[in-house]
Design a protein around this ligand. Structure first.
Ligand code: 1PR
Length: 550
């Protein structure tokens, strides 16, 4: 198989990129020293995390001049995400560190006064009238395709500026900000999105780069509706995984977190077995899931470092599933079976190396947030959230929240933040607060959800996975009051979870709350609805979704 060289200078999930390159028919050779760059014909520079950190590593490693030489010789070069940003003049994220100045422009942070930051999800990379010929596809990009982005800083699009310098530009729109999704010129292709995480649309871009096919004909000119720009409504399939009584890792699903059968042939307390994790993840990918999340729900009973089956599940899933993968369960400082201390960062690194794009932290986040509050909101820099966020970027750290409603007669009855609720309590109470729990709902804490989400946002979490124990497995729709309350408290994206029972529930949560994504589990696992049916319904309601491409 022909080869592509990949520069190995940053942390992050390069496994998915390797898998995607192999999927399009190439093998990867690693560039592990500046001297290796000279051997590369086609070179890809991946990048995640902090602009300044990446560039410093890149410069200290002695890569700047070899890369400039590679580009100057006219050899194919592709930069992905921070790999694009590194070639700009500089970034607001790290003003002291200049970029390589190949692409004119300064990266700016998205304005978070009217939208969540980071920008996470599927958006366009539309070349129409931005330097491209009307019916031409640049590196396989199509105006009606969507690509996976995850970043807080972007190159603002200024009409005509890059085009005048000879670049073809593909743009995306987030809120009222138009930014550069990809740029191409001669032998250079730079994408702000992750092609390796963008399903078939992204694989097409990688293939066009690897095949040396910068221009091709668009199969058809899409309608303006199909080419509508903007962040799509993200639909996530979640797989709760645990060992059943026979010792097999299975996908399970609880009602209010109780995963044992209550009726039917396996009644009597067997762990519900809804299928095999890798096969089910693939099925949801093929149905058009925008992301797949695995939660190892009994992690606290075992040491995750020894929990090799979850690592294997990720490795196998990332070979066939080219959308973002999140893994949760047991991300915390721990002690291995041989007594060695293993930091949360090391645990997370193992997962990232195995194909995860994000880790989800549950119980440990509650403890860390309580301690942060008790210290008078001072950051320590040593918590799992902080260390993983510093090394891999905020976008790689999800905090999974497992709250439970506590009803009170009036707000004065508790020191916690309450909401007035339309769903009255058992004694007609009109107010409730949301109590944080840990260890899968087993431990109740004197800490409310607002305290938790604000603390973890300050610590560097990039996203909240907002479950609700009262709603979990109920098929009665999401807890809209909880979601609205949490959205009002933080700037980072929120994933609504728990209670989805049919496609209309997804439309409802997107229409009646500003949630950034919505997650379903049981309704998909039981085969009642497919992800595609949910997305078709959202589209019929006029909501923008990512079209599934084969
Ligand atoms: O605490 O860092 O080890 O992480 C453990 C993780 O496992 C947490 O994210 C926690 O939410 C999860 N977890 C623990 N116990 C259970 C359980 O069910 N017994 N599952 C559990 C939580 C909740 C959602 C679920 C939605 C949607 N699962 O992921 O998929 O509620 O369900 P639905 O659409 O069927 O209503 P740590």
């Amino acid at each position: 198989m022909p080869t592509v060289h990949l520069l190995d200078y940053v942390a992050g999930n390069v496994r998915s990129l390797v898998n995607a390159i192999e999927k399009v028919g190439y093998t990867v050779e690693w560039v592990r020293s500046p001297a290796d760059v000279a051997n590369a014909e086609k070179l890809i520079l991946p990048g995640v995390g902090h602009f300044g950190h990446c560039l410093s590593q890149f410069k200290n490693g002695g890569y700047v001049e070899p890369i400039r030489a590679h580009i100057a010789q006219g050899k194919p070069f592709m930069g992905i995400c921070v790999g694009l940003q590194a070639l700009a003049d500089g970034s607001e994220e790290s003003t002291a560190v200049p970029g390589l100045g190949v692409v004119p422009g300064q990266l700016k942070r998205f304005d978070d006064s009217d939208k969540s930051v980071p920008h996470i999800g599927w958006n366009s990379a539309n070349t129409s009238a931005k330097g491209a010929v009307a019916d031409e596809s640049v590196y396989g990009l199509r105006p009606d395709s969507k690509y996976y982005y995850v970043h807080s800083y972007a190159l603002p699009y200024v009409e005509g500026q890059l085009e005048e310098a000879g670049w073809t530009v593909a743009t995306a729109r987030y809120g009222n900000e138009e930014f550069v999704g990809a740029v191409a010129k001669n032998n250079i292709l730079l994408t702000q999105f992750h092609p390796e995480k963008s399903g078939a649309a992204g694989l097409r871009v990688l293939k066009a780069f690897c095949d040396g096919q910068p221009r091709s004909k668009l199969p058809e000119t899409p309608s303006s509706e199909a080419a509508r720009e903007g962040l799509t409504r993200r639909v996530i399939a979640c797989l709760d995984v645990r060992t059943n009584d026979q010792g097999d890792l299975v996908v399970t699903k609880g009602d209010q977190y109780d995963v044992r059968e209550k009726e039917g042939v396996s009644a009597g307390g067997e762990v519900r077995n809804l299928g095999k994790p890798v096969e089910m993840a693939r099925k949801y990918y093929e149905q058009g899931a925008d992301e797949v999340t695995f939660l190892n729900i009994t992690s606290f009973r075992n040491c995750p470092v020894a929990d090799l089956p979850m690592l294997e599940i990720l490795r196998r899933t990332s070979e066939t599933v080219f959308v973002p993968l999140t893994i949760g369960g047991g991300i915390r400082d721990t002690v291995d079976t041989d007594g060695t201390k293993v930091s949360a960062l090391d645990v997370a690194s193992l997962y990232f190396k195995s194909g995860a794009d994000k880790v989800s932290i549950g119980s440990d986040a509650v403890t860390a947030a309580e301690e942060y509050e008790a210290r008078g909101k001072k950051l320590l820099g040593t918590t799992a959230i902080e260390t993983i966020s510093a090394a891999y970027g905020a976008q790689a750290v999800v905090v999974s929240v497992d709250p439970k409603r506590v009803y009170v007669a009036s707000p004065d009855a508790t020191p916690h933040h309450t909401i007035e609720t339309a769903t009255l309590g058992p004694n007609g109470e009109k107010y409730c607060w949301y109590q944080c729990t840990a260890k899968g709902g087993r431990e109740l804490r004197d800490f409310d959800v607002r305290q938790l989400v604000q603390a973890v946002e300050a610590m560097g979490a990039g996203e909240i996975l907002l479950n609700c124990i009262d709603k979990d497995g109920s098929n009665s729709g999401f807890d809209l009051e909880l979601i609205n309350d949490v959205k009002a408290a933080v700037k980072i994206p929120v994933i609504a979870s728990s209670g989805a029972g049919n496609p209309a529930h997804f439309a409802e949560v997107f229409e009646r709350t500003p949630t950034d994504a919505a997650l379903g589990a049981g309704m998909f696992h039981r085969g009642e609805f497919t992800v595609k049916q949910v997305k078709d319904h959202l589209q019929a309601e006029g909501l923008l979704v990512r079209p599934f491409e084969d």
